[in-house]
Design a protein around this ligand. Structure first.
Ligand code: HEC
Length: 157
């Protein structure tokens, strides 16, 4: 009984410690981070036509090109304010910069999208935290509207 109570307390503390230690963990869980993206892009990544673009063939096509990889990283780290055309549909919305994500967490969520969410498009090449760091830095002065202007030339679909 007493042993059970101690184990339960340890489990509860372990849960708290895990949340507290999250930014220090070497490999953040992309699926966990994706929950915040799903609030807009939906759990399946299908999006909402005209409001939230799908994370599908356009994402994978962008991720196959250097300019597209930069655009994707900057969309997440700087934010994005249309107009853009994704899979033939126009979007003129606002995606707020996703704060609180270090380079490893951004890489993890993009790799989750590229492998588990976006099912169509070219083969997906994973992001490394180091690449995310360089691309984030390369657009440090850009506003969300500047990032949207990169879409057309970045190899999307
Ligand atoms: C508050 C809603 C919201 C959240 C949260 C959000 N997004 Fe977005 N996202 C948008 C909107 C709106 C657009 C399109 C903006 C536009 O029309 O210019 C967009 C566009 C994008 C694009 C560009 C798609 C393309 O094909 O060009 C990517 C990539 C993206 N989001 C990834 C993410 C990821 C990854 C997350 C989570 C870390 C996330 N988004 C969280 C609303 C959101």
């Amino acid at each position: 009984m007493r042993r059970g109570a101690i184990l339960a307390a340890a489990a509860a503390l372990g849960g708290v410690a895990l949340i507290g230690a999250y930014p220090l963990r070497a490999a953040p869980d992309g699926a966990t981070v994706f929950a915040r993206c799903a609030a807009c892009h939906t759990r399946t990544g299908a999006g909402v036509p005209g409001a939230y673009p799908p994370l599908g063939a356009d994402f994978r096509s962008l991720a196959a090109k250097d300019a597209g990889r930069r655009y994707i990283v900057l969309a997440v780290t700087r934010g994005l304010m249309g107009p853009i055309t994704v899979e033939g549909k126009p979007y003129a919305g606002v995606m707020p910069a996703q704060g609180g994500l270090d380079d490893g967490a951004v890489a993890a969520v993009l790799n989750h999208v590229g492998t588990q969410v976006a099912k169509a498009g070219p083969a997906f090449r994973p992001f490394a935290a180091e690449e995310v760091g360089k691309l984030r830095q390369s657009g440090a002065g850009l506003a969300p509207a500047d990032v949207a202007k990169l879409h057309a030339g970045a190899g999307g679909k």
